[in-house]
Design a protein around this ligand. Structure first.
Ligand SMILES: *[C@@H]1O[C@H](CO)[C@@H](O)[C@H](O)[C@H]1NC(C)=O
Ligand SMILES: *[C@@H]1O[C@H](CO)[C@@H](O)[C@H](O)[C@H]1NC(C)=O
Ligand SMILES: *[C@@H]1O[C@H](CO)[C@@H](O)[C@H](O)[C@H]1NC(C)=O
Ligand SMILES: *[C@@H]1O[C@H](CO)[C@@H](O)[C@H](O)[C@H]1NC(C)=O
Ligand SMILES: *[C@@H]1O[C@H](CO)[C@@H](O)[C@H](O)[C@H]1NC(C)=O
Ligand SMILES: *[C@@H]1O[C@H](CO)[C@@H](O)[C@H](O)[C@H]1NC(C)=O
Ligand SMILES: *[C@@H]1O[C@H](CO)[C@@H](O)[C@H](O)[C@H]1NC(C)=O
Ligand SMILES: *[C@@H]1O[C@H](CO)[C@@H](O)[C@H](O)[C@H]1NC(C)=O
Length: 604
C-alpha cells in the first residue's frame, strides 16, 4: 500500500516538475529568480532546504547552505582583533556538511534525483535587523569552507564580556535577528537570497520570510473537505484526496500547549531589550493522528496523514495589539510545533499575560485569527481562508471566579495589585525569574493574622504575605518554589521545590509539592515534608491534624501545619538568636535553625 501511494505521489510530482519553463513563469522576487521548492528536511537538529536547479536533464537537487550554529554558546569568550583593536565574539556557523548531505540524499531517494549537492555559494554578507541591539557584524568565510565565522563586534559603550554573556543567555533570540545575504550560483549566474542563522536543536523559522525564496506553489484541486473532528482539547479539519483512493489529510493543528507554558518562565530578549512570553503551539502529533484514524473508521481509510504547515498569516485584534507586540509565528524544522512570542512593555505585564494564558486561555487566543496554507506532498497548497484554528481552551486548575458583580470586579485588581504593589519580581543569575510570595526582612509587620488576612494578603514593601488566593493562582499547574533563608551567623541557605501547588479556597488552600531539588538546594534536609498535602491553618482556622491548634502553639502565624511543622517561616520575628520554634525557624536534621530573614519565591 505504501509503495502504491509513493508511486502516485511521484507521478504527481513529475507532473509538476515536468512543466517546462516553470522557472521563467515564476515571478522574480526582489530581483532574483525564485527557486523551485522540493523539500524541507530536518537533519541532526538543523533544517535543510532543498530546491530543484531546473536543469533540463534533472532532477538535479540543491541543498541550500545550512547556516546552522552547531556548537553551544555556553563557553563563548570575547577576543581582540589586533589590527582594528576591536573586541568581538566569534560564532562558528556550519555551511555544508558531508554527513548531513548523505542523510539528505537518503531522504530524497524517492524522487530519484540525478544529483543532490550543496548549492554553490560565492559570498555571504551579514547584517542585523534595524532594531537589534547587535550592531557591527561580519561573516568571514571563503567558498569551499564548510564553516563560516560570524563575528559580532561590540558597540563602544558595551563591553565584550557583557555581549558574550547576553549571547549565552539568549543566543537563539540574538542569532535569529541576523540576516545572511547570500549569492547562490544558479543556471550560470549568481543570485542573491536572504537566510537566517539558525541554532541546532532549536530550528524555528518564520515561514513568511523564507518562503519568499520559492516560486508560488499551485493550489491543490484534488482535495475535498469532509469533516471537522473534535479532539480532547483541540479540533481538526480533515480532507480526502480525490486522486488517491482512501487517502486522508489533516490540516495542521495550531493548538495551544498549555502544559508547556506552566513550565515556562518569562524570558528576556537581549537583542531587543524586551521581556516576552513564549507560547507553544502544537502543529502535528502522533496522538491526534491516532484519534483521527479511529474517528474516520467509517471511511475505511488506507492512510491518514498530516499536511505540513506552509504559511500562517495572523490577524491580531486591536485590543491585543494595543497592549502587546505579537511576534511572527515561528515553525519548527521538524514541522511538529510552532512558537509565538508576546513581547511585553514590562515584566509585570508579561506576568499578567502569563496568568491570563494559564487560567483562562481563551481570553488571549480569541484575539488572534489565522489564515493558513498547508503543503500537500511537497507539491501543492491548500488555503484555509478565515480558518480559525482551535486552541486548547481548557484551563488547568481553577481560574478566578466570582459570584457577584462586586467580587468579580475585584479579582483582576486583586491579582494585579498583589503582584505589582510589592517589589516582588526577582531574577537569579541563571536567568530565571521569580515572584516573591512571602518576605520577612525587617520584622516591621506582624504575621499573627486571621484567616481572612492570610487569604487576601497583608504587609508592605519589606515584610509581606501576598495572600493565599494569589499564591493559588500563581502556582496553577505546579510551579517551582524557592525558599531563601539567612541565619544569625550570616550564612545563607536555600531550597527549591518542584511541582509546588496550592489549591483553591474550597480545599482550604491545600498545598502539595512533588520533590525537593537537591541540586538546586544548599540544605540537606527537607523541612517542608511535614507540610505536603496539608491544608492551611491560621490562629482562627484550625485545619491541622493535631487536636490542639498548631498555629496557637507555634507563634500564631498561618502555615500548612500538619502535626505540626518542621519549617515555620511565618512564626514570630526574632531580634536575637533563639532555639524556640515558635519563632521563624527551619529544622535541619537534628536541630532547629533560627532564621534571621526568610523569603518564599515562586518561579514564573
Ligand atoms: C537558464 O538561463 C537561460 C538563459 O540565461 C534561460 O533561457 C533558461 O530558461 C534558464 N533556465 C533555468 C532553469 O532557469
Ligand atoms: C544538539 O543536540 C546534540 C545531541 O544531543 C548535541 O550533541 C549538540 O551539542 C546540540 N547542539 C547545540 C547547539 O546545543
Ligand atoms: C523590529 O524589527 C522587526 C523586523 O525587522 C519588525 O517587524 C518590528 O516591527 C520591529 N519592532 C520595533 C519595535 O521596531
Ligand atoms: C555584499 O556586500 C558588498 C559590498 O557592500 C556588495 O557589493 C555585495 O553585492 C554584497 N553581497 C551580497 C550577497 O549581498
Ligand atoms: C487536555 O487538557 C488537559 C488539561 O488541560 C490535559 O490534562 C490533557 O492531557 C489534555 N489532553 C491532550 C490529549 O493533550
Ligand atoms: C506540551 O509541552 C510539554 C512541556 O514543554 C511537553 O512535554 C509536551 O510534550 C507538549 N505536548 C505535546 C502534545 O507536544
Ligand atoms: C552558620 O551556622 C550554620 C548552622 O549552624 C553552619 O552550618 C554554618 O557553617 C555557619 N556559618 C558560618 C559562616 O559560621
Ligand atoms: C507530596 O504529596 C504528593 C501528593 O500526594 C505526592 O505525589 C508527592 O510525592 C509528595 N511529595 C513528597 C516529597 O513526599
Amino acid at each position: 500500500m505504501k509503495m502504491s501511494l509513493k508511486n502516485a505521489a511521484l507521478s504527481l510530482l513529475y507532473f509538476y516538475l515536468g512543466v517546462s519553463g516553470q522557472v521563467s513563469q515564476c515571478a522574480p522576487a526582489a530581483s532574483s529568480l525564485r527557486l523551485r521548492f522540493v523539500a524541507q528536511l530536518s537533519v541532526n537538529g538543523c533544517a535543510l532546504f532543498v530546491h530543484d536547479t531546473g536543469a533540463s536533464d534533472g532532477p538535479h537537487l540543491a541543498v541550500e547552505p545550512l547556516m546552522c550554529v552547531t556548537r553551544s554558546l555556553k563557553s563563548l569568550s570575547p577576543k581582540v582583533d589586533l589590527i582594528t583593536q576591536q573586541m568581538y565574539v566569534s560564532i562558528p556557523v556550519l555551511m555544508t556538511d558531508d554527513g548531513m548531505l548523505a542523510e539528505a540524499q537518503r531522504q530524497l531517494q524517492h524522487l530519484s534525483p540525478k544529483s543532490v549537492t550543496f548549492a554553490a555559494v560565492s559570498e555571504v554578507n551579514a547584517s542585523t535587523d534595524a532594531n537589534s541591539t547587535v550592531r557591527s557584524i561580519a561573516f568571514i568565510w571563503s567558498p569551499h569552507e564548510s564553516v563560516g565565522d560570524l563575528r559580532i563586534e561590540t558597540d563602544m559603550d558595551r563591553s565584550a564580556y557583557e555581549l558574550s554573556s547576553e549571547l549565552q543567555l539568549s543566543s537563539v533570540e540574538s542569532l535569529q535577528r541576523i540576516r545572511l545575504s547570500t549569492k547562490l550560483f544558479l543556471n550560470g549566474t549568481y543570485q542573491t537570497y536572504q537566510y537566517r542563522v539558525s541554532t541546532q536543536n532549536h530550528s524555528f523559522f518564520d515561514p513568511s520570510e523564507y518562503r519568499l525564496r520559492y516560486c508560488p506553489l499551485p493550489s491543490c484541486r484534488q482535495l475535498r473537505f469532509i469533516r471537522s473532528i473534535s479532539l480532547e482539547n483541540c479540533s481538526v479539519r480533515v480532507h480526502q484526496r480525490l486522486d488517491i483512493k482512501g487517502h486522508f489529510l489533516i490540516e495542521p493543528l495550531l493548538c495551544y500547549n498549555i502544559s508547556s507554558l506552566s513550565s515556562e518562565s518569562i524570558r528576556y530578549d537581549f537583542s531587543r531589550g524586551k521581556y516576552y512570553l513564549k507560547l507553544n503551539l502544537l502543529v502535528q502529533d502522533e496522538a491526534s493522528l491516532q484519534t483521527v484514524r479511529t474517528k474516520l473508521a467509517d471511511f475505511s481509510p488506507l492512510s491518514v496523514e498530516f499536511m505540513r504547515l506552509w504559511t500562517a498569516e495572523r490577524s491580531v485584534s486591536s485590543s491585543l495589539s494595543a497592549r502587546f507586540e505579537v511576534g511572527p509565528l515561528m515553525v519548527s524544522a521538524n514541522w511538529r510545533s510552532a512558537q509565538l512570542r508576546l513581547y511585553c512593555s514590562s515584566l509585570n505585564q508579561c506576568g499578567a499575560a502569563r496568568f491570563s494564558a494559564l487560567s483562562e486561555p481563551v481570553d488571549l487566543w480569541r484575539h488572534l485569527k489565522w489564515r493558513t496554507s498547508s503543503l500537500v506532498a511537497n507539491q501543492c497548497l491548500l488555503m484555509s481562508h478565515k480558518h480559525l484554528s482551535s486552541w486548547r481552551m481548557k484551563t488547568i486548575g481553577s481560574s478566578p471566579s466570582c459570584s457577584t458583580y462586586n467580587s468579580c470586579r475585584n479579582i483582576p485588581s486583586l491579582l494585579r495589585s498583589k503582584i505589582v504593589s510589592f517589589e516582588t519580581f526577582r531574577s537569579l543569575p541563571d536567568g530565571r525569574w521569580f515572584v516573591t510570595i512571602q518576605q520577612r526582612v525587617s520584622g516591621s509587620v506582624s504575621f499573627q493574622r486571621t484567616w481572612a488576612e492570610y487569604e487576601t494578603g497583608f504587609g508592605h514593601d519589606t515584610d509581606f504575605w501576598i495572600g493565599l488566593s494569589a499564591i493559588s493562582l500563581l502556582s496553577t499547574g505546579g510551579a517551582t518554589l524557592r525558599v531563601e533563608m539567612r541565619l544569625w551567623n550570616g550564612s545563607e541557605l536555600h531550597a527549591e521545590y518542584a511541582g509546588f501547588q496550592v489549591g483553591d479556597a474550597s480545599s482550604r488552600y491545600r498545598m502539595t509539592y512533588r520533590e525537593m531539588l537537591p541540586e538546586r538546594s544548599t540544605v540537606s534536609w527537607d523541612a517542608m515534608e511535614h507540610s505536603n498535602r496539608s491544608r492551611f491553618s491560621t490562629m482562627d482556622a484550625d485545619n491541622d491534624r493535631r487536636s490542639e491548634s498548631c498555629s496557637d502553639g507555634y507563634g500564631k502565624g498561618g502555615w500548612w501545619f500538619n502535626n505540626c511543622m518542621h519549617f515555620n517561616p511565618n512564626g514570630i520575628f526574632s531580634t536575637r538568636e533563639t532555639s524556640d520554634d515558635a519563632y521563624m525557624s527551619w529544622f535541619s536534621r537534628r536541630r532547629w535553625l533560627a532564621l534571621r530573614q526568610v523569603l518564599l519565591l515562586l518561579q514564573i
